[in-house]
Every structure is written in structure tokens, then in C-alpha cells.
Ligand binder design. Structure first.
Ligand SMILES: [Zn+2]
Length: 308
């Protein structure tokens, strides 16, 4: 997951309540009136919102960062604060920090909508655990006339921040301070909030770990192969002069290191994990292979930390 810069005031036209004669205001009034019985006007707003969310999130799921490409059916619009209730099972007591009566008035709120893949969406259902004080109703009823009051629905308003949600919000929180990875592609929680988010969206599911592991394995395989080739050539005495050796080393590894330097860009699939690879590239990961010193030398050359 990565931080996404979304301007909560720059709403897509269809849900812009400040637009002249905005139909969405009628729907918001209905949502406040209907409560959890409200039937979201999905046909009205989803198409346009999906296009905006696609662009904002670089065609990726907000949580697991898989690419959804330009396929609308792969993108689900998640309500960060769920529209529907999450109530206790038969044997449980009502716990206000876990169970809730839904946030139907936020159905059309831009700051409440995130693009997610089907798997992440399925993991969440309507759960929304918090550690603070639950907001249980809209701050006003459906008779409001000043539409500017709807700004109070934004996710960064004090009452919503005071809920202290456990689920990390990529538009408000800095995910990089909560999550890390290891070279096996596994995700690590750095906070209770990260733990809850990983468990809710199943960010440790085997398919994701495998996909992340594949990325790092491909880089390792290419580096090992190149090191082995140069090592054999070096052993056979192909490099007569030191400068030839250094030029060969630099040239051979350059494309791989340049690719590593480019990892972690915001539009890339799994960019948080790729950023981890870039930040934590260690020559020591290769100490067990023949020619491992060549990878270190080549890396130093690439960083201009070593001159022959
Ligand atoms: Zn996902």
C-alpha cells in the first residue's frame, strides 16, 4: 500500500454536491433519511467514480496494489466507512469498537471511496474496527439547505479522526511507516493498525506473497547468472587489463542496476514492495555464490563508490 494524494474537495462531477442542481444532494438526503435501508444509486455514480479512482490510484487496488488495468469489472468501489451495519453474531455481545450501525450518509462521499480488487473487498465485508469514539449518525438531518455543510462528511474532519480507525487509510495515513517486507515477499506489520489491516484485507495471502517473491527472485537470478558468467571469464583470464575488467563489469550489470534504481515508482504494481527491494538491496544476499564479490564491485562502480 502506498500513500495517495487525493484532494477531497476535487470531487468527480456526479458526486459534486456544490455543482448547480446536483442530483447527488437528493440522494444524500435520501441516504440520511433511509439509514441502512438506503439503496445506493450505483448506476448513477459508479461509472464516473471508477474512472476517477482508476486514474488517482494508477489502475491499482488501494490495498494490495495489484494492477486492475482498464477493466471496470475488476475494480470494486469500497466504502472505507461501510454503508452497512456490522452486528454481533448470536453468541457475541455488542462491542461499540467493533460492531456498528453503518455509515449510510457517507455513501456518496468522495473521501470515503477507495478502489479495491475483489479479494481485498471480500475480506473486509462491512467491518470497521476503531479504537476511539464511534460516529453513529450524520451531524444533521435531511432537511439541511446549505450544501456546504456536506464538507463535514470528509474523512479528515475531527469527529472521524477521533474514531481512531484501525484500518489504515492510504489517503490519510502514511503506509510506509506501518508496513515493511522481507526478501521472501512476506509483509510485516509495524503497528497494531498494520496488523488489523493485513488481517482484514488478507495482505499476507499466498498469491500475493508468491507474486512479490517472484519479483525479487527474478532480480536475484539475473544477478547470479551475470556474476557466474563474468566469474568464469575472469578465471579463464579473458580480462587482460584491469580497465577491461572494470568496463566489462560495469557494462554487464548496468541494465540490472538501472532497473533496480527505477523500482518503487508510484504507477508500478506492488510499488511499496519494489521500493523495499530498492532500499534494501544488499550484496551480502549473494555471499554463497561463486563470484559474489563481482556483484559488490559492480554495485560500487554503479554508485560511483569505487573507481578502478
Ligand atoms: Zn487488493
Amino acid at each position: 500500500m502506498i500513500k495517495i494524494d487525493k484532494d477531497f474537495a476535487a470531487r468527480p462531477t456526479g458526486i459534486d454536491y456544490l455543482a448547480k442542481n446536483a442530483r447527488v444532494v437528493v440522494f444524500i438526503r435520501q441516504a440520511i433519511r433511509d439509514g441502512v435501508q438506503h439503496e445506493a444509486k450505483g448506476n448513477y455514480y459508479r461509472g464516473q467514480i471508477k474512472a476517477c479512482l482508476f486514474a488517482k490510484y494508477h489502475y491499482k487496488c488501494a490495498y494490495c496494489e495489484i494492477k486492475l488495468y482498464a477493466c471496470e469489472s475488476a475494480l470494486h468501489v469500497d466504502h472505507y466507512r461501510p454503508r452497512k451495519q456490522y452486528l454481533p453474531g448470536k453468541k457475541q455481545n455488542f462491542d461499540p469498537l467493533t460492531h456498528h450501525n453503518g455509515y449510510p450518509w457517507l455513501t456518496y462521499e468522495w473521501s470515503n471511496l477507495l478502489p479495491v480488487c475483489a479479494t481485498c473487498n471480500g475480506g473486509k465485508t462491512s467491518g470497521f474496527p476503531i479504537r476511539g469514539t464511534r460516529v453513529t449518525a450524520a451531524p444533521f438531518d435531511d432537511t439541511f439547505t446549505d450544501v456546504k455543510k456536506l464538507d463535514e462528511f470528509r474523512a479528515n474532519q475531527p469527529s472521524y479522526l477521533a474514531e481512531d480507525p484501525l484500518l489504515i487509510n492510504p489517503e490519510l495515513d502514511e503506509p510506509g511507516t506501518h508496513f515493511s517486507f522481507d526478501i521472501k515477499g512476506e509483509i510485516k506489520a509495524g503497528s497494531d493498525r498494520a496488523k488489523a489491516t493485513i488481517s482484514t484485507y488478507k495482505l499476507d495471502r499466498p498469491g500475493l506473497i508468491e507474486s512479490r517473491r517472484k519479483i525479487i527472485n527474478q532480480f536475484h537470478a539475473r544477478l547470479k547468472k551475470m556474476a557466474a558468467l563474468l566469474y568464469i571469464q575472469q578465471q579463464k583470464g579473458h580480462f587482460k587489463e584491469r580497465q577491461h575488467f572494470c568496463d566489462g563489469l560495469q557494462l554487464a550489470f548496468k541494465p540490472i542496476f538501472e532497473e533496480i534504481d527505477q523500482l518503487g515508482q508510484i504507477h508500478q504494481e506492488y510499488s511499496a514492495f519494489k521500493n523495499f527491494i530498492k532500499q534494501h538491496f544488499k550484496e551480502t544476499n549473494f555471499h554463497h555464490i561463486p563470484g559474489h564479490q563481482l556483484i559488490k564491485r559492480a554495485r560500487d562502480l554503479h554508485r560511483k563508490q569505487w573507481c578502478p
